[in-house]
Every structure is written in C-alpha cells, then in structure tokens.
Design a protein around this ligand. Structure first.
Ligand SMILES: [Zn+2]
Length: 367
C-alpha cells in the first residue's frame, strides 16, 4: 500500500509523509503517515489522531500503536495518521490556523437529500477543506474501519461516540443493518462507555455528517467511531494505556491479529480493563442542563456521576456568593464533563451529559 511517500510491502512497516498544502512562507504542510502492512490479506484499519490540535493523548496513543505493532503478526493493513492537524498542534489549538477552520467539519459527505457535499457551496474550498478532501479520498480508497481519536475537555471521562447509521439512495435498510452490526464489533472492542451522537436532523444541523468518522460511516460506509480520551493539552497516561488496549482489541475483533500482546506500552498491559458506563440504558450526547440566571456556576456533580431528572447538578451564585438558582438535571443520565469556566450567561449549559436515548440506531437519511 502507498499513501504519500509511505509505501509498505507486505510484512513491513513504512513511515512517510502525505503532502497536503503549500505554505505561504515556503515549504509544504505534510501529515505523518505510518503503514503497517501484514504478510497475509485482511482488512484495512485507519487510526487518525489529533484532528483537533490541542487533543494530544490521541497522538501518544497513535505513536505507541505504530511503535509496538508487528507487521509480521497482522493480517491486513494498519494505516495511522498520528498528527492530522499539524497547524493546530504547533499552537496547541483545536483549529488549524490557516483560516481557523475546524478540521473535523469539512469531510466530504452525503447531505440529508443524499447529494454529495464535497465543499462549501458558496465559495471555493479553503485550505483545511482541501486537506480533508485529500484524506477522505485516501480513506474512501482503502478503509474497512476507522478509529478517530479525540479528547473531549478538561476533566472529561473517556467515551466513544456512535453515530446513527443512515440509509437512503446510497444504501438500503438491509445494508445499513449490516453496517450497524459491523459497527457493534468495533464499539465493543474499544471497551469505553458508548454515547450516541446527536440524532438526525440535529446531526446535519451541526454538520456532524462531515466529521471524519461521520463521513467515513455514513458516506464511505465503513464502521467509524469518534473516541474521546479525556482532557486536552497534556497526555493522560492511564487513558493512553486504556486506549492502546482498545485499539489492539479492535485489531483482534477485525481478525487482523490473534490476541492482544501482553505488556504493551509503559503502564500495566494493553489489555487494561474496559471502563463501565455509569448507567445501564442507552444514552446520547446532550449539552445541559441550561441556566436561567447569569452568574458564577458551582457544580454539585462531576464526570462519571449518574443523575436522575430533577437532581440538582449545579447552582448559580451572585458575585458575592449568594445562591441565585439551583440547576436541576433535565434528563436521566450521567455527567461526561462539567463545562469549563465558571462564568455563565442565561441559557448556557453547565455540563456535557449522556442522557437516556430511545431513538433508533438505523434511520432514513431524510428523517
Ligand atoms: Zn476533537
């Protein structure tokens, strides 16, 4: 397999670069690429990291994966892009600095009507969109499954985001069911609490169909997960180890590897225990509850706490410390993270939550 300057013969590991854009100051922007090509045939797993430049535990996980994986032992091919957003990484910022675009909202994708949305329809594509297009083409050419590694925010618990599987003109319901069932295997292997993505139509309103994993799942049509690995800007050692184990379990689940190797990484083993979700029912992402008062927020919950509708999760204080409002949970669920900062204006959410979800996993694209 060949991606950019990385070219791997069967049984070898190749490191190279994918040149994606010219820079105004000379030289080119290039993404590091590692290809581990097994001796035997098998699927191709893509692992991408640090699409957001301040999300660095993913980078460490990706580096550890490609320096421990043995091409002689795998069937199929592992493709890894440890630094998807070099411009963001240099500044420790989420977005790339070319035009301050969010790299994870520009992947080509089918829209609600099933029309291909390859670029913004009101202007020619900017640098980040052009980069996303090039990587999309490489993924669409080769990927059988995708793990896109992120972090969610300060103090966040790790979890996996699972998008709804859509059907329409591009695939029928039966094909969508097959895709969802293949997605099950990947999700279980990772071993993190599963949180469903915002459902359709909010999915389209927020442009989540154009995230890397949204585009890979619902346009390319392969299992693709967004994996959230805790907080930003510094590497979290235990979560890194847990995620490394999860990726090895994915290799096993895809029948690319016989077993998770023992003692991989610098912590315990790559087979670190999966994290249990704090509740047993299905959940989806939710920003809330929201405050009515403007003031200083003081949380009464933290990441991982299960709550029921009506439970107090925070209060809003005046600058002098008097209670203005007690904020109650608007759903059953659990806290993924407290929103960063303590200043809140009316209608601001105070938590990132995972709340009870009764929606279908497989839905018409146009729903
Ligand atoms: Zn991210």
């Amino acid at each position: 397999m060949e991606i950019g300057t990385a070219s791997a013969e069967p049984g070898t590991l190749a490191r190279g670069w994918l040149e994606v854009a010219d820079l105004p100051t000379g030289g080119t922007e290039r993404l590091p690429v590692v290809i581990a090509a097994g001796d035997a045939d098998g699927p191709t797993l893509w692992v991408t990291a640090s699409v957001h430049g301040d999300e660095v535990t993913p980078l460490a996980v990706a580096q550890d994966l490609v320096r421990t994986v043995s091409p002689a032992e795998i069937r199929g091919t592992l493709v890894c892009v440890p630094i998807y957003n070099p411009a963001g990484l240099r500044l420790t910022t989420r977005r790339s600095y070319y035009h301050r675009d969010d790299p994870n909202r520009y992947f080509p994708a089918l829209d609600r009507a099933g029309e291909f949305e390859g670029e913004d329809r009101t202007r020619p594509p900017r640098t980040q969109e052009r980069i996303d297009r090039q990587v999309y083409d490489a993924i669409a050419d080769s990927a059988d499954a995708v793990c896109d590694l992120h972090t969610a925010g300060i103090g966040s618990m790790p979890y996996l985001i699972r998008d709804q599987v859509l059907f329409g003109t591009e695939r029928d319901r039966t094909a969508a069911e097959d895709l969802d069932s293949a997605f099950d295997d990947l999700v279980e292997a990772i071993g993190l609490p599963v949180v469903h993505e915002f459902p359709v139509p909010e999915y389209f309103d927020r442009n989540f169909h154009r995230t890397l994993s949204g585009s890979a799942l619902n346009t390319v049509g392969v299992p693709a997960a967004t994996i959230e690995l805790g907080g930003h800007t510094v590497v979290d050692g235990p979560i890194r180890e847990l995620a490394l184990g999860g990726l090895y379990r994915v290799l096993v689940a895809l029948d690319m590897l016989d077993a998770v190797p023992e003692g991989v990484g610098t912590g315990t083993t790559a087979d670190a225990d999966p994290i249990e979700a704090p509740v047993s029912y299905p959940v989806k992402r939710h920003d809330g509850p929201r405050v009515s008062a403007t003031g200083i927020v003081r949380h009464r919950v933290e990441a991982g706490d299960a709550v029921e509708e009506g439970d107090p999760v925070a209060e809003v204080l005046t600058p002098h410390g008097e209670t203005e409002e007690v904020v109650e949970s608007d759903h059953d669920g659990y806290v993924l993270a407290r929103k960063p900062g303590v200043s809140v204006y009316a209608n601001d959410p105070v938590c990132s939550m995972a709340v009870r979800d009764d929606s279908d996993r497989i839905v018409p694209r146009s729903e």
